[in-house]
Design a protein around this ligand. Sequence first.
Ligand SMILES: Cc1cc2nc3c(=O)[nH]c(=O)nc-3n(C[C@H](O)[C@H](O)[C@H](O)COP(=O)(O)O)c2cc1C
Length: 185
Amino acid sequence: MPIYEKHDYPLVDVRRYLEPGPVVLLSSAHNGETDIMTMGWHMMMEFTPALVGCIISPANHSHELVRASGECVINVPTLELANQMVDIGNSTGTRIDKFKEFGLTPQKGTVVSAPMIGECFASFECKLANGKMIDEMGFFVWKVIKAHVDKTVTAPKTLHYRGGGEFMVAGDSLDLSARFKPEML
Ligand SMILES: Cc1cc2nc3c(=O)[nH]c(=O)nc-3n(C[C@H](O)[C@H](O)[C@H](O)COP(=O)(O)O)c2cc1C
């Protein structure tokens, strides 16, 4: 195994190495209006209840909708949706209907009013669990209350943002389950 020779690196680019993934499409609704934003900055925070933390900038129209409704759907796109995913993240829903603009199919969820995205193989309906850091950092903690997954998609080519317009596409998978403590699986 190599011992790497590392060099000084700009702090602003650290994100290129620590970007989590996959990039998701967060859909929202409030007062009859819907929106979608692309989101790379999110993290799982708890097994049960399933908690997801994420940064939603107040500059985004989605911020207003999720803040007012306390709800969202986190949808997971794959390679086929790469172009739409970038375009959704480079436009604002203030004046356009992103479902129509990007040819996506809204599907009614079972609990929240935000629509799921039909073209995504996994959609998670969420309610706000903790909003204490919204004002300070735009940080929302969501509780997933209903999960919808097409289990026939066994090796999803999810997209992982590395900054600078570059994405890694999930590919190889490795089964290391035998090395895990059972409670950590
Ligand atoms: C790959 C990618 C990842 C992004 N990740 C985030 C994120 O984690 N948080 C955020 O606030 N904005 C993120 N954005 C920017 C929003 O998606 C973008 O501002 C979007 O246009 C907001 O749409 P809206 O105004 O309709 O809500 C990302 C954009 C791209 C392209």
